[in-house]
Design a protein around this ligand. Structure first.
Ligand SMILES: C[S@@+](CC[C@H](N)C(=O)[O-])C[C@H]1O[C@@H](n2cnc3c(N)ncnc32)[C@H](O)[C@@H]1O
Length: 226
């Protein structure tokens, strides 16, 4: 179980991008599952948290996001000096099609997709999976996971952070649904980490629901091996 009550604000990290992850998460994953000089991929780049950590830890990295705003925020966040000599490649694109990356090129994948449509990351960008229904989201995640399998080196790891959501009074076990797609596509399950949630914007809303619901206060970090 991982818990980072102080989310981390070194280098250019800030909590400003909606739904970004604490830099402690990619930092710990990168340290555990890759070596200096390896190629790390985050195909849901957001504000670039993973690439900032890859740069600090001397890993090469590829970042992809469908939203041009995320690309420019990430480019800005990567503008800091450090002693490392890593290569950073950022590209606007769709995580369902990474055809600019050769088969088996990536040594570690560290991704944090939208949790279906609980946060909408754009109004109408074609391909933005945060605008889809749950069924459509899971279908697109199937393509994302298939591309992840293709670009990852055999024997190496792919980590994904994802949370469950609520719909009409019920919990949708989105985390387990996504996990099942990984398993069906040939990945094996290496670790299941429960990540405690802190400072979540929707906590106030759910706390006012007359105790009808328990608060969802965790996310999953699944680590899969190819
Ligand atoms: C949860 S956020 C990632 C936040 C990131 N971990 C950070 O710390 O800033 C999910 C991101 O996925 C992006 N996204 C949505 N659909 C996508 C797609 N089909 N391909 C690539 N990126 C996509 C959104 O624009 C958003 O930036």
């Amino acid at each position: 179980m991982w818990s980072f009550p102080d989310r981390g604000s070194w280098a250019t990290h800030s909590g400003k991008y909606r739904g970004n992850w604490s830099p402690y998460i990619p930092r710990n994953l990168i340290l555990r599952y890759s070596k200096p000089g390896d190629w790390v991929l985050d195909q849901f780049l957001g504000s670039g948290t993973t690439l900032v950590e890859a740069k600090l830890l001397n890993r090469n990295a590829v970042g992809v996001d469908i939203n041009p705003q995320a690309i420019s925020i990430s480019e800005e966040n990567l503008q800091f000096k450090c002693e490392t000599i890593s290569k950073m490649r950022i590209q606007q694109g769709n995580a369902t099609n990474l055809d600019f990356i050769k088969d088996g090129k990536i040594e570690f994948i560290c991704m944090h997709p939208p949790y279906a449509n609980i946060i909408k990351y754009s109004k109408d960008i074609a391909g933005d999976i945060s605008l889809l229904t749950i069924e459509e989201f899971l279908c697109e995640m199937g393509k994302v996971i298939s591309e992840s399998y293709r670009v990852l080196k055999k024997g190496n790891m792919c980590a994904v952070m994802i949370g469950d959501i609520r719909r009409r009074g019920k919990v949708v076990p989105l985390g387990f649904q996504v996990m099942n797609i990984f398993l069906k596509q040939g990945f094996s399950s290496k670790e299941i980490i429960i990540k405690e949630q802190h400072n979540c914007r929707s906590t106030n809303f759910w706390e006012k629901q007359n105790n009808e619901f328990l608060l969802l206060a965790h996310e999953y970090i699944f680590v899969f091996q190819k």
